[in-house]
Design a protein around this ligand. Structure first.
Ligand code: AKG
Ligand code: FE2
Length: 318
């Protein structure tokens, strides 16, 4: 297991504190302690143990427990998009302090995240520009029902991103024509990688953008551990919201691998927040964006940009 000190980060995560567990998820934490690891080879394949109630699982990995080992299918429609998982207590509204966190220090010390609230500036014009770009992005068909589309739009700048059964379109425009925010996030991410690793990161760098029209559009649990990605390279996630600081946060849930039925920790993601997933996080844990039908949430769109590094020569880079 890679240790945090082997990080690609210019400012490595050295002494992470424990990520606060969700109230109500403690029992699950205790019963699963030490048994929650996920093997790299299976992290993004095969069935989840149970449908992820309450999310808009439009990026969910194959969830049919009856088809072990089947090709993953990350998309399902938001069947129960409006509810919070029934067995998960609503996360406390207390903000999560900025800092470095070990997702599960006792069992997976190498799985770490850095949470930097309100760290990345985004002016209303920048948001408007990237939102407008989504008009040029084709909708993604719901593979479980070819007559429908998932709510979220997505595209990848700099790569053709294949995950599970899905391929996210590569944006054909040259970098000069990319929305300012995309280029700014890529530049920012490169600046967070230490010098010795920067060329390797830059060689395969891509920005995957998700456009969420409102809070009812979520993202199902998954791990970003595709073959084409450089294993254990950090993934930098930038969140933006249509109402800026006035938009409610979206809840980024963390799961202990595929065996866990419910999230055990949650990071609230608001406008300008930067979340870095580092170390072995993608091998040991899954994450997803919880859908909600809160009245306020329905009035705000959201854009998430993840900057990640693909292996040079991989299909993604062709
Ligand atoms: O929208 C988010 O915050 C999460 C995005 C994500 O996990 C992904 O694109 O892989
Ligand atoms: Fe992800």
């Amino acid at each position: 297991m890679a240790s945090p000190s082997a990080s690609w980060l210019l400012a490595p995560i050295r002494a992470p504190r424990a990520l606060p567990p969700l109230p109500g998820a403690m029992e699950d934490a205790l019963t699963r302690a030490g048994t929650c690891g996920m093997k790299a080879a299976t992290a993004t394949r095969g069935p989840a143990s149970a449908p992820n109630a309450g999310e808009s699982p439009d990026r969910k990995r194959k969830s049919s427990a009856s088809a072990p080992g089947a090709t993953t299918n990350p998309f399902t429609l938001a069947k129960r998009a409006s509810s919070t998982p029934s067995n998960v207590t609503k996360p406390a509204n207390a903000p999560l302090p900025a800092g470095d966190y070990a997702v599960e220090p006792s069992s997976h010390p190498g799985s770490v995240v850095r949470y930097e609230p309100r760290a990345f500036p985004c002016a209303p014009d920048d948001y408007a520009e990237i939102w407008a770009f989504s008009d040029r992005v084709a909708r993604t068909r719901n593979p479980l029902n070819a007559n429908t589309f998932i709510k979220r739009k997505q595209a990848t700048f700099g790569a053709r991103y294949k995950f599970g059964a899905q391929v996210s379109a590569r944006v054909e425009e040259p970098p000069e024509a990319w929305p300012r925010l995309v280029s700014a996030c890529v530049d920012d991410a490169l600046g967070r990688v230490r010098d010795a690793k920067r060329d390797a990161f830059a060689a395969g760098v891509a920005a995957h953008v998700n456009w969420y029209p409102d809070a009812s559009a979520g993202m199902g649990r998954h791990a970003d551990a595709e073959e084409d990605l450089i294993p254990d390279a950090p993934i930098f996630s930038y969140s933006f919201a249509s109402g800026g600081d006035a938009s409610p946060p979206r809840l980024f849930d963390l799961y202990r691998g595929r065996g866990a039925k419910k999230p055990f920790a949650t990071v609230p993601l608001s406008h300008g927040d930067v979340l870095t997933m580092d170390g072995t996080t993608q091998r040991t844990h899954e994450h997803g964006v919880r859908a909600s039908a809160s009245k306020e949430g329905m009035r705000h769109s959201r854009v998430n940009i993840t900057v990640r590094a693909f292996k040079p020569g991989s299909d993604a880079m062709r």
